[in-house]
Ligand binder design. Structure first.
Ligand code: GLP
Length: 263
């Protein structure tokens, strides 16, 4: 696993954006998997800046978001489709029909999940999947004990996730939807590159566990240890509990020039 430790949130966001930009430059019709939550907001800001100031072109890019709340009203600002529109899609030149975010409605949800998997396949699979991590170690909404073979499906959210996400719902836990549609761990592991971001002291414990601890479905982010190309970009605070912190810094600063040029 490549672990990059940035000085702070802004540097973490810049490193992540450069990886995404290089992916798009290498393959203009890249299939990107996208994430929500507070962590990737700086990355989306920087991608918008690159589009506006440097002409980064999204016209051939296809996107698939990881997850969506079920039962959230269409016009709710925390509906992930709306979050993505305001933070990214409305500010870049992506084709509306190239955007995929899971459904927010219960009707035909199982058929939808199969359709979503089929659309990812039809697009040729995800080239680069952006990820955050929940306080219980989840990726997307794959709560503890989610099978590593799981596919896109309905999940009931853990109480700790509802508590953590209440900050987006006026700190009112009763307003946080209890269910979500989420890509499975198996779906995520099929992406060619995984790029997980984490920042802040609150994430330090879980970050150390998923990188340095055992592979366990109790912490679904630990499934990254099974992936051929996982990149984790952290800020100093979220990296603070890592035993191998100095090793990761040493490896990154001694990365062979060839690879640095490719990034
Ligand atoms: C939600 C999302 C996850 C995200 C997590 C962390 O639960 N479903 O995809 O990684 O929040 O959010 P934050 O980045 O706000 O800490």
């Amino acid at each position: 696993m490549e672990v990059v430790i940035a000085k702070n949130y802004d540097e973490m966001s810049k490193i992540a954006t450069n990886i995404i930009r290089d992916q798009i430059l290498k393959k203009p019709n890249s299939v990107l998997g996208l994430a929500t939550g507070g962590t990737p907001v700086g990355t989306y800001k920087e991608l918008v800046r690159m589009h506006k100031q440097e002409g980064l072109d999204f016209s051939k890019v296809i996107t698939f978001n990881l997850d969506e709340y079920l039962g959230i009203p269409d016009d709710h600002p925390e509906r992930y489709m709306n979050f993505m529109k305001s933070n990214l899609f409305n500010q870049i030149n992506i084709r509306p029909d190239a955007i995929h975010v899971p459904t927010n409605i219960w009707e035909h949800v199982e058929e939808f999940c199969q359709w979503y998997e089929d659309e990812i396949d039809k697009a040729g699979g995800i080239d680069l999947q952006l990820l955050g991590i929940g306080p219980d170690g989840h990726i997307a909404f794959n709560e503890p004990t989610s099978s590593f073979a799981s596919r896109t499906r309905v999940k009931t959210l853990d109480e700790s996730t509802i508590k953590a996400n209440a900050r987006f719902f006026n700190n009112d836990e009763s307003k946080v939807p209890k269910y979500a549609v989420t890509m499975g761990v198996g779906t995520i592991l099929e992406a060619k590159t995984l790029l997980l971001l984490a920042n802040g002291k609150k994430k330090a414990g879980i970050v150390a566990q998923f990188i340095e601890g055992p592979i366990t479905s109790m912490i679904t982010a630990s499934a990254l240890q099974l992936h051929p190309k996982p990149i984790v970009v952290l800020d100093e605070d979220s990296a603070s509990d890592l035993k191998l912190k100095d090793y990761f810094k040493w490896v990154y600063s001694n990365k062979p020039k060839k690879y640095l040029e490719e990034q």
